[in-house]
Design a binder for this molecule. Structure first.
Ligand code: NAD
Length: 345
């Protein structure tokens, strides 16, 4: 794999740790340190091979650089992955020993990398890591669950899209289709409803749909039917790669703005959306509220300051939309250009 010359800016560092005693096999990818110490979560999931783990960590680290830079954070992007051993318990002394060794590994990087939780790791794991290093964010007594901040930032991004495309200052009466009612999606649904939006929702977990119908008066559709809902806005909050040749043909909305990571199946789908007249809110810019919240721990957590920063996602999105209109480029391309200018790439 040609890791050192993939795209711009080039990859910075890869660090690998194998500990015989605990079975820890971990990789840290530092994508860019240009704007400051790099932040990124630690995934602890099963991988079928070291190559798979490497591919995942490299892809994710680059995404973190872009997310931090577009959000105006004084941080670079990184990620770590742990190849989860099949017998790793969910809690207890064996898991603690495992994460202590991982904490030593993080400490050995000297503060260039600030680790946080991600799939397969928990705030309790971050507490264990903290025994060995101060370079950890989002432990149990830290900034807490990032999902409500992510949802808040997405709502601000939706408001910016509505201002730009529909020239409206409120969400009152707008129809929004939400895919995925998990930690972010449900919080977003509740917030949008409180701001007067009408909701159509879906999930693969029927209990979440029932709750949205009962609590928020939402209309429900089957998972496959969400793309064809005749609404103002589609908010993908479930999976990646949901915007592809098939789904883009089905869409009947003016705006796509949601929390999911890597929404475009391929880069060219950003252009296809523009050609179809659909305003796309680039995912890593609109879904950065959780990262902004966790990053604020680095300088001593201040909830008000963090919220102010999340509020400014509105301005970031408006800037991307306006520049896209002037330059006649897809919003996804404009967002990348803004980051690459910031990084001097
Ligand atoms: P989650 O796992 O809590 O929720 C995802 C929901 O999507 C689940 O309820 C799941 O049942 C549902 N789902 C899965 N497949 C579906 C399908 N085919 N159709 C409809 N629903 C489906 O995850 P989350 O934390 O809410 O994150 C949602 C998305 O936002 C993910 O893509 C995540 O990477 C991204 N994101 C999350 C955060 C955060 O702070 N949690 C931050 C940035 C980005």
């Amino acid at each position: 794999m040609d890791l050192l010359h993939r795209g711009k800016p080039h990859f910075n560092q890869l660090h690998i740790k194998h500990d015989e005693q605990t079975g820890l096999r971990a990789i840290v990818a530092l994508h860019s340190l240009k704007l400051g110490p790099a932040i990124g979560g630690c995934r602890c999931i099963p991988y079928s091979s070291t190559d798979d783990a490497l591919r995942d960590v490299v892809r994710l680290a680059k995404g973190m650089t872009y997310k931090a830079a577009i959000s105006g954070l004084p941080h670079g992007g990184a990620k770590s992955v742990i190849m989860r051993p099949p017998n790793l318990p969910d809690s207890g002394p064996e898991r603690e020993a495992f994460f202590e060794v991982f904490g030593e590994f993080i400490h050995s990087l000297g503060g260039q990398y600030l680790v946080a939780e991600d799939s397969g790791t928990t705030p309790a794991d971050m507490n264990v890591i903290r025994r060995k290093t101060p370079f950890v964010l989002g432990s149990e007594d830290g900034s807490g669950d990032p999902s409500p901040s992510t949802a808040y930032g997405v709502r601000r991004g939706i408001e910016a899209a509505v201002k730009h495309r529909l020239n409206r200052d409120t969400l009152e009466g707008l129809h929004i289709a939400i895919q995925g009612l998990g930690a972010v999606g449900f919080s977003l649904a509740r917030d949008l409803r409180a701001h007067g939006a009408r909701l159509t929702v879906t999930d693969v977990r029927p209990a979440l749909i029932e709750r949205a119908v009962a609590e928020l008066g939402a209309e429900a559709v089957a998972p496959d039917a969400i793309f064809a809902v005749d609404a103002d806005i589609f908010a993908p909050c479930a999976l990646g790669a949901v915007l592809n040749d098939h789904t883009i043909n089905l869409l009947k909305v003016n705006i796509i703005a949601g929390a999911a990571n890597n929404q475009l199946a391929e880069d060219r789908h950003g252009r296809l959306l523009m050609e179809r007249g659909i305003l796309y809110a680039p995912d890593y810019a609109i879904n950065a509220g959780g990262l902004i919240n966790v990053a604020s721990e680095y300088e001593g957590f201040d909830a008000d300051k963090s919220r102010d920063h999340q509020t400014r996602i509105y301005d970031t999105m408006l800037h991307i939309f306006e520049r896209s209109a002037v330059e006649k480029l897809p919003t996804s391309v404009v967002a990348d250009h803004i980051v690459e200018e910031l990084l001097g790439a």
